[in-house]
Design a protein around this ligand. Structure first.
Ligand code: BTN
Length: 253
């Protein structure tokens, strides 16, 4: 099946590359077309959030980056990842998969991670871009995950009876991203907050969040129209705009 880009922009395909995000960021120097996509069958240096690596073994996962232009300085860039997550939940529901969003950038199936997103902000003479890197575990069996990931990670094929045709999956992903990028440009997250809450794996849960060198504990109360997580810490509710969330059940162990 042929790859089609709903943004009508180029698609760069590699058999192996260090990181599709690194390549995409480099392309931003040459004013790439909005919606330019970079895909590789394997990554030798796949990168995750907070300096983590992203396991990117050959043909098992999808390693995909897309370059999205930010046309307006006033737009809230932090919201883009939240919209992207909503698009991905729709994509997975086409495979009859019920998934949840772990704010800000993970997609979980039964509390196991199936997809991670790394959004990187670039500003240069050509304007402002966000490189959205998406890693999806597609064809992994349990044995394909390292021991330490076996109870934390899952794949699409472990959770669906549908056949996964990689290029079909990529084309659907791009067309959902096209839709959600356009919602993002409309700058009206308020309209999506209830949908987002409904898809959240964290709402009502007791969590700990690592922020500026300290752990803050509280109960997730909701999300605001800046894309912040609202944390009830007992005497007040505070907005959190980034950080690594751990569920209380997990940190108790
Ligand atoms: C995370 O969960 O920490 C984010 C993982 C993002 C991985 C993807 S794979 C394609 C793109 N290229 C990279 O080097 N990283 C992202």
């Amino acid at each position: 099946m042929e790859l089609i880009n709903a943004f009508n922009a180029p698609i760069y395909q590699f058999d192996i590359i260090d990181s599709t995000n690194r390549f995409a960021k480099n392309l931003c120097k040459n004013n790439p077309q909005n919606g330019t996509i970079i895909i590789s069958n394997e990554q030798s240096n796949g990168r995750g959030r907070l300096g983590n690596t992203w396991e990117s073994c050959k043909d098992k996962g999808l390693y995909y980056s897309i370059i999205l232009k930010i046309p307006d300085k006033n737009i809230k860039c932090e919201l883009l990842t939240l919209y992207i997550c909503l698009g991905i939940t729709e994509l997975l529901s086409d495979y009859s998969i019920e998934c949840k969003i772990k704010w800000p950038n993970d997609i979980l199936i039964n509390n196991k991670k199936v997809c991670g997103i790394l959004s990187e902000f670039i500003s240069n003479d050509n304007g402002v871009f966000i490189v959205v890197g998406i890693g999806v575990n597609l064809y992994h069996s349990l044995n394909d995950f390292k021991d330490e990931l076996k109870d934390k990670a899952t794949s699409i094929s472990l959770n669906t009876n549908s056949t996964i045709i990689k290029n079909f999956f990529i084309n659907s992903l791009t067309s959902y991203l096209f839709d959600y990028y356009n919602y993002f440009l409309q700058d009206n997250f308020e309209k999506f907050i209830d949908i987002y809450k409904n898809k959240s794996s964290l709402l009502g849960k007791e969590i700990s969040i690592y922020l500026n060198g300290e752990f803050i504990c509280g109960i997730v109360n909701g999300f605001d129209d800046n894309g912040c997580l609202l944390l009830d810490i007992g005497n007040k509710v505070i907005p959190i705009n980034s950080g690594e969330v751990t569920l209380k059940d997990t940190y108790k162990k």
